[in-house]
Design a protein around this ligand. Structure first.
Ligand code: UTP
Length: 287
């Protein structure tokens, strides 16, 4: 079954970015000159997704405004003769069909995905976590949808992680199926590296079967009183196949102030209009 819909979970408090996130959404923090969520919406659209459901919460209004049309701004830019920017601002408002649903209490990622249940319905769907940015020649979700089309079930984006990073990720117990594709036998959240079943960590892209909804409804609050997606996936594993796919592309973590800064610098180094000055700046700084 073709995957048409995507859920972007953007309802969290973003506590690691406080005070920056006291009154503005974490997902609107910029990497270079684009808010994180725009990278995600662009990836979804480039992957063929037709409808995006963004799960939001209180204080997240600017997120909706970002993808709305601002005729005033467009006219202002036109009057100033800045047609390139006017074009760009207009393009953002036409990127995708987006609907929004509120998660009224921040009870975890699994709970946020459950909020989208009625909008998704009985079909497989994509999930994006907006603080995982992936850049590369072929959008990561496009690659995943292709693999999902071949194997069905549910699919998790995975990448190899350094030993000392293992304790920060959900780690799969893999059974190799094909180049870069693994059947997931088990999933362990943030394991001790000594006991981890592999070094294949889950990052924020999923293609999920609609059976995840009843699985999440059965899931009791786990760590921190939150309904964890990992626990829902563990339930799902008992009845349906779950695969992991080692996507091609560069993963940029935008989930902490330091990692966001690093992600911004690496993106700036890949931009022809910024690369030279950025290199010069870094060299001077580190002299
Ligand atoms: P994080 O674990 O990064 O949480 O959630 P967070 O609130 O964004 O940030 P910290 O940990 O407090 O700094 C991963 C994704 O899941 C969403 C977040 O918005 C983020 O995009 N999320 C998390 C929800 O939508 N609802 C929740 O209840 C929890």
């Amino acid at each position: 079954m073709r995957v048409r819909k995507a859920v972007i979970t953007a309802a969290g408090w973003g506590t690691r970015f406080l005070p920056a996130t006291k009154s503005q959404p974490k997902e609107m923090l910029p990497l270079v000159d684009k808010p994180m969520i725009q990278y995600i919406v662009e990836e979804a659209v480039a992957s063929g997704i037709e409808l995006i459901v963004v799960v939001t919460s209180l204080w997240k209004g600017t997120l909706e405004d970002h993808f709305d049309r601002s005729r005033e701004l467009e006219s202002f830019l036109e009057e100033k003769g800045n047609l390139e920017l006017r074009e760009e601002v207009g393009r953002i408002s036409q990127l995708a069909d987006i609907c929004y649903i509120r998660q009224k209490e921040q009870l975890g990622l699994g709970h946020a995905i459950l909020a989208a249940k009625l909008m998704v319905g009985e079909e497989p769907f994509a999930v994006f976590l907006p603080d995982d940015i992936i850049v590369g020649a072929v959008p990561a979700m496009k690659q995943m949808l292709e693999v999902h089309g071949r194997y069905g079930g549910s699919l998790l984006a995975i990448r190899r992680v350094e030993r000392e990073q293992i304790g920060r990720f959900g780690i799969i117990d893999p059974e190799r199926v094909a180049e870069g594709v693994y059947r997931v036998r088990n999933l362990v959240e943030k394991p001790d590296p000594e006991r981890a079943p592999s070094n294949l960590g889950v990052v924020g892209r999923y293609v999920l079967s609609p059976s995840i909804f009843p699985a999440l409804e059965k899931t009791l609050p786990g760590k921190g009183g939150e309904i964890q997606l990992t626990d829902g996936l563990a339930t799902l594993l008992a009845t349906e196949e779950v695969f992991g796919y080692e996507f091609q592309g560069t993963w940029l973590d935008a989930g902490t102030p330091l990692s966001l800064l690093k992600a911004s610098v690496s993106l700036a180094l890949g931009r022809p209009d910024m690369e030279e000055e950025m290199r010069h700046f870094l060299k001077e700084l580190l002299r």
